[in-house]
Design a protein around this ligand. Structure first.
Ligand SMILES: *[C@@H]1O[C@H](CO)[C@@H](O)[C@H](O)[C@H]1NC(C)=O
Ligand SMILES: *[C@@H]1O[C@H](CO)[C@@H](O)[C@H](O)[C@H]1NC(C)=O
Ligand SMILES: *[C@@H]1O[C@H](CO)[C@@H](O)[C@H](O)[C@H]1NC(C)=O
Ligand SMILES: *[C@@H]1O[C@H](CO)[C@@H](O)[C@H](O)[C@H]1NC(C)=O
Ligand SMILES: *[C@@H]1O[C@H](CO)[C@@H](O)[C@H](O)[C@H]1NC(C)=O
Length: 226
């Protein structure tokens, strides 16, 4: 008799607990996006519908979810946003499209974006991002579009990006990048257009020898005067 009661109680509490566990996980993505909202200035109120008291963010404008109420797209291109990104974006584990192009967003690209392993498209072009391209972006094994052009990014192009075999479109032009342009792995596809107008890039891809490395053709022999 006692055993039966304990079992029944356990069963009832499990039934009561399950929906709340589900809500907690669904809210995590809403909370992550709400952190982004609080970190951005939004003069046109495009984020007005981003109400963190709703059970999930799936009814918010500019947010798209899959059938499991998990966020797959954030579409905020050309929205006059400024401010900075937040590391919590790395929690959107099913995110496929992060479209933030043509805004005035500044600060660094959070290395946590490398946790978005479902990402197909990362479009941060035409903003004011500075600092390095995070090495962690090399973990985005499903990425097809990586457009970071027209920002103020500096430092080297991470060698880890050559590991993204799905990469089809790369634009790193109009930044302050320096160092060697990789030419192996996924980078064997890309032409100088992807790297144009940077501070100090070099290597065979863009036809400019790197300092300290041998030139592409030997220099003319030294001819002593007679
Ligand atoms: C960025 O801000 C400047 C003013 O600070 C404004 O003129 C420009 O249109 C903005 N750019 C975008 C893409 O919103
Ligand atoms: C992303 O992954 C790193 C390394 O596993 C971890 O330290 C970090 O907390 C993660 N970020 C988020 C927002 O989950
Ligand atoms: C990107 O930057 C370059 C150089 O400053 C500029 O010529 C070009 O118009 C910019 N692209 C766009 C779409 O504004
Ligand atoms: C590329 O991926 C392989 C296998 O995961 C790893 O061992 C290697 O360190 C990566 N290369 C770079 C430059 O990150
Ligand atoms: C490209 O070459 C670098 C070393 O120069 C290496 O670390 C990296 O893993 C290579 N990438 C691929 C995809 O083989």
């Amino acid at each position: 008799m006692e055993h039966y009661k304990v079992l029944a109680l356990g069963f009832v509490s499990l039934i009561l607990l399950l929906p709340s566990l589900w809500l907690v996980s669904a809210n995590m993505e809403g909370d992550a996006l709400h952190s982004l909202r609080t970190s951005l200035q939004d003069p046109n109120n495009v984020l007005q519908s981003w109400d963190p008291t709703l059970v999930n963010p799936c009814t918010w404008f500019h947010v798209t979810c899959n059938n499991d109420n998990s966020v797959v797209r954030v579409d905020l291109g050309h929205a006059a946003l400024s401010g900075t990104l937040v590391p919590q974006l790395g929690l959107l584990k099913n995110l496929q499209y992060l479209e933030l192009y043509s805004n005035n967003i500044s600060g660094v690209i959070p290395s946590d974006l490398g946790n978005l392993t479902s990402l197909v498209s990362l479009d941060l072009y035409l903003n004011r991002f500075s600092g390095p391209i995070p090495d962690t972006l090399g973990k985005l094994s499903k990425l097809r579009f990586l457009r970071l052009n027209n920002n103020s990014l500096s430092g080297p192009i991470p060698m880890s990006l050559t590991n993204i075999s799905s990469l089809q479109v790369l634009d790193l032009s109009n930044n302050h990048l320096s160092g060697v342009v990789p030419d192996n792995g996924s980078f064997s596809l890309f032409t100088p257009i992807s790297f144009a107008n940077n501070l100090d890039l070099c290597g065979p891809v863009i036809g400019r020898p790197c300092p300290g490395s041998p030139p592409f053709s030997p220099p003319p022999p030294f001819a002593p005067p007679c």
